[in-house]
Design a protein around this ligand. Structure first.
Ligand SMILES: NC(=O)CC(=O)C(=O)O
Length: 352
């Protein structure tokens, strides 16, 4: 089983399943289990507001929002210009991170593929072996997080590992240690004739695990660009108690205007948490033209800070105290119909 999440939609059709045909499900999730059938019968007279079993809408049940290590802090989103010169990209990112930290940012987010042009031809050339310590790009991030005592969600770079290439985001804590490494789970294969064709899977391999990480600025779920289109991933992070989702991303001139802000606001609204994104600045001369518009969205779907397409450093305030407030105002987590549907986090389920 590769997938990490399954939306298990239970309906009247489940009555046709035989117990053996459901061997896919762990026993307590088996839709043909007699107890489940009784609960799911829509005409059951005992069905009431208290029998929606919201805790069963997540398997395993959702983790309550953990108290964050701090309530208020500033995030810096560094929307960087990217050139074909890797050394200058690294130097440029260094300056931007220092600038964001000097303006009070305790968390800095970089764009997707900030050390290399975003192209299948470039990925193998610019890729670095992070695990082997042969990565000047992530060495700089580690050094700065330690020196500046900030958390860095280091955008993404092409990673080489075991003969394969990945699109990888590294998260560094305030001591400079690597806290997490997320490899883009959903590869961006798009083909809109006459507009945009880009097949990441030509060169890259997809990551296999969701990545959620406890940092000094809260519990953060990581996705890279196209990962934002998959609501299940964000839902899993929310069920694991994330305060904030960070998506380094490089949307394009076709999908960006329609989808970029919409998706960020949707992920934030559905899950009642913060969503931060960071794009490269637009370069109309490059093969892949990024949309820009790095943004911070609050847990009510409100755009708290954003920018246009030029290079920019956004400094914005995050206030975790409003997470509980929003969840009290609009208690969707308590009103989920665990009697009708279920999100299964296979990774967490299998680790129990
Ligand atoms: N570049 C991406 O990974 C995603 C994107 O541009 C889109 O989904 O549109």
């Amino acid at each position: 089983m590769k997938a990490s999440a399954l939306l298990n939609l239970k309906s009247f059709t489940l009555s046709r399943h035989s117990p053996t045909s459901n061997s896919f499900f762990p026993p307590f999730l088996c839709p043909s289990h007699p107890r489940h059938r009784r609960i799911h019968h829509s005409r059951n007279p005992i069905m009431s507001a208290t029998s929606v079993n919201s805790e069963r809408a997540r398997a395993p049940p959702a983790i309550p929002l953990p108290p964050p290590p701090l309530s208020n802090f500033k995030i810096g989103l560094c929307q960087l210009s990217v050139s074909p010169d890797k050394d200058s990209n690294i130097a440029h990112a260094r300056t931007a991170i220092q600038d964001a930290a000097s303006k009070g940012a305790q968390l800095v987010l970089l764009p997707e593929i900030w050390n290399s042009p975003y192209s299948n031809d470039s990925f193998p050339v610019y890729a670095e072996d992070i695990d082997a310590g042969a990565s000047p790009s992530t060495a700089m991030l580690s050094e700065l997080s330690r020196l500046l005592k900030i958390t860095i969600v280091g955008g993404s770079i092409p990673e080489r590992s075991g003969g394969l290439l990945y699109n990888t985001c590294c998260v560094f804590g305030t001591d400079g240690n690597l806290l997490a490494k997320h490899r883009k789970i959903h590869l961006f294969d798009i083909d809109i004739p006459g507009k945009i064709t880009f097949i990441e899977s030509k060169t890259l391999t997809a990551g296999e695990t969701p990545t959620i990480v406890d940092t000094e600025v809260g519990r953060i779920g990581i996705g890279i660009c196209y990962d934002i289109r998959f609501p299940e991933l964000a839902m899993i992070y929310a069920a694991r108690g994330a305060h904030l989702l960070c998506y380094p991303g490089a949307f394009n001139m076709t999908t960006g205007p329609l989808h970029w802000e919409l998706l960020q606001r949707a992920r934030a609204t559905d899950n009642q948490l913060y969503v931060a994104t960071c794009s490269p600045a637009r370069d109309t001369g490059s093969g892949y033209v990024a949309w820009g518009h790095s943004t911070l969205v609050g847990p009510f779907g409100e755009v708290l800070a954003t920018t246009e397409h030029e290079e920019a450093i956004i400094i914005a305030e995050i206030d975790y105290s409003i997470l509980e407030q929003r969840r009290t105002n609009l208690p969707v987590t308590k009103q989920r119909r665990g009697d009708l549907y279920q999100l299964v986090d296979f990774q967490r389920l299998n680790s129990q």
